[in-house]
Design a protein around this ligand. Structure first.
Ligand SMILES: [Zn+2]
Ligand SMILES: [Zn+2]
Length: 259
């Protein structure tokens, strides 16, 4: 028996202790929820058995939480504040087990709460005005070398001077990655190298698009395909015309990157 295994005592049916729901068995210690009141700090039954029991128990007691809520409006809030560790553990566990579902629901939430997120970020920045300044001070060396690398790349990839006003005229003021009008956003808009300079893209009109700061920073050194991946939802926001023009240009000019 290795040290990482622990015996799960198994569990009986809720409401009928004569029937066995799950047999005792050994399983990894990491499969047990924490419990402050036990000797080893873990529940006597594993998470899976606990879940199976809870499922049946909840089915038998559908009104339990509703009743408690009626008796005490703060019931759920109290329960949550008393079980923060349990909730955190449960959520973390759920996230690792269901990465696709989590990714999807996060994307959906973000799409439905664009305004909310923007407001939150603006408020946060206002409340933490020193954050960016401090970060810069602490990372000056890193910034400097990033900036130098970027300049060197740009010098090497420099085909022509690209003027912002001409870009706006060519492509309009819509971020080609998320569809927001960049002129309505609080941050300065960026010139986005569709093919990053670090990947062989040129500093020239055909390779530069209008983008919001967020999208530009997020896309960073990725190609369009790498950035958008295979998630169809992400393509919904992309300005199709700009996207097609970019793809067309990629196919002709950088077939080695374009697949
Ligand atoms: Zn078990
Ligand atoms: Zn954008």
């Amino acid at each position: 028996m290795t040290q990482n295994l622990k015996r799960c005592s198994g569990t009986k049916y809720p409401g009928d202790k004569t029937r066995i729901l799950t047999e005792p068995h050994y399983t990894e210690r990491s499969n047990f929820n924490k419990n402050k009141n036990t000797k080893d700090g873990l529940m006597p039954i594993c998470r899976e058995c606990q879940g199976a029991y809870a499922k049946l128990w909840n089915a038998e007691n559908p009104d339990y939480h509703t009743k408690r809520r009626e008796e005490n409006p703060d019931y759920m809030a109290n329960w949550r504040s008393e079980n923060t560790e349990h909730i955190r553990e449960y959520n973390a566990n759920y996230r690792t087990k269901n990465p696709e579902i989590v990714k999807e629901s996060n994307a959906k939430w973000r799409a439905e709460n664009v305004e909310h997120i923007r407001e939150y970020l603006t408020n946060w920045r206002a409340k933490n005005p020193d954050y960016q300044i401090n970060w810069r001070a602490e990372n000056l060396d890193k910034l400097r070398s990033n900036e130098q690398r970027r300049r060197a790349l740009k010098a090497e990839a420099f085909d022509e001077e690209v003027k912002p006003e001409i870009l706006l005229e060519l492509h309009g003021s819509v971020c080609y990655l998320c569809g927001q009008d960049v002129l309505t956003l609080p941050d300065k808009w960026h010139m986005e190298h569709a093919i990053p300079l670090s990947r062989g893209g040129r500093h020239s009109y055909p390779n530069i698009r209008v983008s919001c700061a967020d999208c530009n920073l997020r896309k960073n050194a990725k190609t369009l395909h790498e950035y958008l991946g295979n998630d169809p939802e992400r393509y919904d926001n992309v300005d199709p015309e700009a996207f097609n023009r970019t793809m067309h240009w990629h196919a002709h000019n950088t077939p080695e990157i374009f697949q």
